[in-house]
Design a protein around this ligand. Sequence first.
Ligand SMILES: N[C@@H](CSCCS(N)(=O)=O)C(=O)O
Ligand SMILES: [Mn+2]
Ligand SMILES: [Mn+2]
Ligand SMILES: [Mn+2]
Length: 323
Amino acid sequence: QQSRAHSVAVLGAPFSRGQKRGGVEHGPKVIRDAGLIERLSGLDYSVHDFGDLNFHYLEKDEPYMDVKFPRTVGAANKMMCGAVSRAVGAGHTLVMLGGDHSLAIGSVAGHAQQCPDLCLIWVDAHADINTPMSSPSGNLHGQPVAFMLKELQEKMPAIPGFSWMKPFLSSRDLVYIGLRDVDPGEHHILKDLGIQYFTMRDIDRLGIQRVMEVTLDHLLSRKQRPIHLSFDVDAFDPSLAPATGTPVNGGLTYREGIYITEEIHNTGLLSVMDLVEVNPMLGASPEAVEATASLAVDVIASCLGQTREGARVSIDEIPSVKD
Ligand SMILES: N[C@@H](CSCCS(N)(=O)=O)C(=O)O
Ligand SMILES: [Mn+2]
Ligand SMILES: [Mn+2]
Ligand SMILES: [Mn+2]
């Protein structure tokens, strides 16, 4: 048996109140049903399935400054923060299964409690960096990054449910890949803060190999540090990942997405990853749901060392060809 060099923990986060479309709370189940644990068990990790967090949807949770379900989302992220901090503190590489992208607030905050020098790679069609004032929808799954950034602190009102956290991330420690649907307020923030981002146009111009080279150089050349990958399945083209809440045409190809995750694996620095926004109720057919969930499993497995060239095994592990 290969040495189990690392330990990976899987944590389900069945949560949907960062947006309005029901079903994304079933994301963890369909990703597990697509064989996630089995696939990870075949890699060089010991796999611990922590099951699903049990979130409470508060009955009374009136909008605040048009922000929807602030107290429910805030409480969910406080729970998420504690769970992620404990898992990383126990030495696990962590895979968080969403659930909507508002959960990244707690996931990255919990990771930062253990690894304050972490860097964040956000793979998404969207920037998810609206403030409560700039958000066109009031949905908190479009705002998580704004809650993390120290440079936005004076622009962020005190939202009920979020008094437990303080911004912890510097904008230089964040890179976006896959953007193609950015709101005006978000674009202003990206430019104002000088955040490094690669849109789908940049990927068309530079190619994914160069995008990853620049991304990893930007984040790691000064200092090697833990990587948090927050991967929204809607980064992929909707033809590949149809079962998601905010699909946008012209997304990542399968090969681009897998190249991103292979390069992140090869740094040896991946510490926490989120795989969010799989919504099985939004697939037009069972096949569409299965395709989206199976893609999520491929992305996670590739982050954790599954390769397209095959795994290195000792010769005596290869079943001899029976004559
Ligand atoms: N920018 C829009 C859409 S945000 C889409 C959120 S996600 N997590 O990327 O699906 C908004 O803020 O409502
Ligand atoms: Mn998105
Ligand atoms: Mn997102
Ligand atoms: Mn989405």
